[in-house]
Design a protein around this ligand. Sequence first.
Ligand SMILES: Nc1ccn([C@@H]2O[C@H](COP(=O)(O)O)[C@@H](O)[C@H]2O)c(=O)n1
Ligand SMILES: C[C@@]1(CO)OP(=O)(O)OP(=O)(O)OC[C@H]1O
Length: 152
Amino acid sequence: MRIGYGEDSHLLAEGRPLYLCGLEIPSPVGALAHSDGDAALHALTDALLAAYGLGDIGLLFPDTDPRWQGVRSEVFLGEALIRVAGLGGKLLQVSLVLTLDRPKLNPHREALVANLSRLLGLPKDRIGLAFKTSEGLSPSHVQARAVVLLDG
Ligand SMILES: Nc1ccn([C@@H]2O[C@H](COP(=O)(O)O)[C@@H](O)[C@H]2O)c(=O)n1
Ligand SMILES: C[C@@]1(CO)OP(=O)(O)OP(=O)(O)OC[C@H]1O
């Protein structure tokens, strides 16, 4: 068995889309980033890479590389899943916490879990997803923290 932990945060700004778990969420603000800024998928990518000592998302996909400009972050997650599977890893479970003060994410929970299930190839009951406000600690940011459990 292997575990991995990953996290990510992005400053939120008007005029940017808010992508989380591979879906665009209606929001007055979105993540400032080189890619689509999906902090949830970035945290999951880093957790997968960490489980096998493969470095981190910035090492594999530098934010100075024009190829990743505006890229949807399921590209990064998909590559991490391929690399982990190539080393014999089988993803068993994920747990994800998304922290942001607005918008409320509970209305999108079912869609977010369904898309994670599709992207990760996991049953929905193996996907833990929690939403938190920052209680004023980081009202201008979106944060994501992820743990993954793998066999192999
Ligand atoms: N962006 C968010 C943040 C939170 N929620 C829901 O609100 C509950 C209370 O959040 P606290 O940070 O005050 O504990 C939380 O359990 C979520 O269900 C949300 O939907 N969207
Ligand atoms: C995703 C990458 C690459 O576009 O950049 P960002 O979208 O800015 O996101 P971040 O988590 O700050 O850095 C990781 C980089 O690999």
